[in-house]
Write a protein of this length. Structure first.
Length: 40
């Protein structure tokens, strides 16, 4: 599981975002946070 609540989302979405951008992906923080929430 990527995160377990709103407080963890603040910590984890930037980390996931940095990893994705490091791999050359063009994606917004809100898109990452939304996907994480949807995937539970």
């Amino acid at each position: 599981m990527w995160f377990r609540g709103d407080s963890d989302e603040v910590y984890w979405s930037p980390r996931i975002l940095a990893d994705l951008r490091g791999d050359g992906e063009i994606i917004s923080r809100k898109t990452v946070a939304s996907a994480m929430k949807r995937l539970g």
